[in-house]
Design a binder for this molecule. Structure first.
Ligand SMILES: *[C@@H]1O[C@H](CO)[C@@H](O)[C@H](O)[C@H]1NC(C)=O
Ligand SMILES: *[C@@H]1O[C@H](CO)[C@@H](O)[C@H](O)[C@H]1NC(C)=O
Length: 437
């Protein structure tokens, strides 16, 4: 979501980041989001969050989870809206009548969205023209409930569609954690002086629900699509992840399949495949070669083995004081794997980030960012057909700029409640409810 937006990010990544957080917190305080209510935790019931249900026939990889006996997962008490969304999460995919069989070797495609309907329309339109998309299961994961977003997804007819809503999104909790609850510290408040609640980040700033929602959503979604859904729990192929501001080229699905097939042979050290360069503005080199480079965040796909490795680093992911999920991955999770985390891609992109509105800009009523994404993307004929060759060599880009081990994080993620909620997501589909044993 915001992570895809380079403009907004470039600003937040500057040294002005802590100042910006303060301004955002101040704006939040003024918009009267603070209303009375205390956050209220209840222990999670196994699998309740995604509404998966059923005793899965779990793969070995799935059983190998690391449970910390000292950590008690707890999830916020759900509101009526949150509960109704959990129920929707349990519904079977739509369009199964039209697309009854998902063939061997198909990919699951997860599209994660927040609230930019203009963008989502473009993305869905681009997906409708993707060759092979009818073979995929498209899972749309929503951060918050927005009727217009819901309507766009419900109108999709070109493949099986499963909709899930993050039931603990801060956007669903107007007056309680994970939203803002009364008594929460704001900005650079000193908890002892103000008698307020919260832990500041490394720059002295208190949490902002709108900012933490991104990382919460990504982590909830990952845990849910890999471990919480009937439709994917036993899937041992690759899941491809895209966002609401990623334009998908007609050759994206077939290229992704080619890359997945070539990966074991061409790049055994690669963890994933990517539809675009890790430099989000780059179109690719155009060489007659595959490229292995650091993991990018536009159209990335990996399998359950890799997910288990990521899941095992839940504690690092959830306690690192950085509100962007991808910077968290680059700075803590990937470096902890012990070897470079390469991703395999083609020499021309099959997906592109578009749009100028940052996530936070798109949200506030007072500063609606108008951008139709119309300058979206120019497609050449070669982008409409599979354009990756099995006999190409692999060019490995070894040392790259960007976030890596040692980076301390931009902050925004210092509150223990966020860290514990995040960690609880890692447990929610594995937690054995003693009363149901
Ligand atoms: C578990 O999976 C295996 C292999 O996919 C299958 O043969 C078996 O019937 C499944 N068992 C149950 C209880 O679903
Ligand atoms: C999943 O991908 C990793 C990295 O490419 C690979 O090492 C592993 O063998 C794959 N696992 C399965 C079950 O295919």
């Amino acid at each position: 979501m915001a992570t895809g937006n380079s403009h907004h990010r470039a600003r937040l990544r500057s040294r002005a980041a802590p100042l910006l957080l303060v301004v955002m917190l101040a704006v939040l305080a003024l918009t009267g989001l603070l209303r009375a209510s205390r956050h209220d935790f209840v222990p999670p019931v196994a699998r309740a969050a995604a509404g998966g249900g059923g005793n899965g026939n779990h793969t070995i990889a799935q059983r190998k989870i690391l449970l910390d006996p000292d950590f008690t997962p707890r999830l916020p008490r759900q509101s009526a809206l949150s509960l109704s969304l959990s129920q929707r999460n349990a519904l079977p995919p739509r369009n199964a009548d039209r697309f009854p069989r998902l063939p061997e070797g198909h990919l699951k495609v997860v599209l994660y969205v927040h609230n930019r309907p203009r963008y989502l329309r473009l993305v869905v339109d681009s997906l409708s023209r993707v060759d092979g998309i009818g073979e995929a299961l498209l899972i749309v994961s929503h951060d918050g409930y927005f009727p217009e977003m819901d309507k766009i997804v419900q109108a999709i007819t070109f493949c099986q569609v499963k909709q899930i809503f993050a039931p603990y999104s801060p956007h669903l909790f107007p007056d309680a954690f994970p939203g803002v609850s009364s008594g929460d510290c704001q900005g650079k408040d000193k908890a002892t002086e103000k008698h307020c609640h919260g832990d500041p980040d490394q720059y002295g700033n208190h949490r902002s629900p709108r900012i933490v929602s991104l990382k919460h959503h990504w982590w909830w979604m990952m845990n849910t699509v890999w471990d919480g859904l009937e439709e994917t729990r036993d899937f041992d192929g690759h899941i491809l992840f895209i966002e609401e501001d990623h334009y998908i080229f007609p050759n994206a699905y077939r290229n992704a399949q080619l890359l997945v097939d070539l990966k074991p042979r061409k790049c055994p050290q690669c963890y994933a495949i990517n539809l675009a360069p890790s430099d989000v503005k780059a179109k690719g080199e155009g060489w007659e070669s595959l490229i292995a480079e650091k993991m990018g965040n536009i159209g990335y796909a990996f399998n359950r083995t890799v997910w288990r490795k990521i899941h095992a680093k839940a504690k690092q992911f959830c306690t690192f004081d950085e509100y962007n999920w991808d910077i968290t991955m680059w700075a803590t999770v990937y470096p902890s794997f012990g070897s470079p985390v390469y991703s395999l891609r083609g020499p021309r992109r099959s997906a592109a980030h578009f749009g100028k509105c940052g996530l936070h800009q798109g949200q506030g009523a007072s500063n609606v960012c108008v951008d139709n994404g119309d300058a979206a993307v120019q497609l050449d004929a070669i982008d409409k057909v599979p354009n990756i060759k099995a006999n190409w060599p692999v060019h490995i880009i070894q040392r790259q700029e960007g976030y890596q081990a040692g980076f301390k994080g931009w902050g925004g993620w210092g509150d223990k409640r966020d860290q514990e909620l995040c960690l609880s997501f890692a447990y929610m589909h594995h937690f054995k409810d003693p009363s149901s044993a």
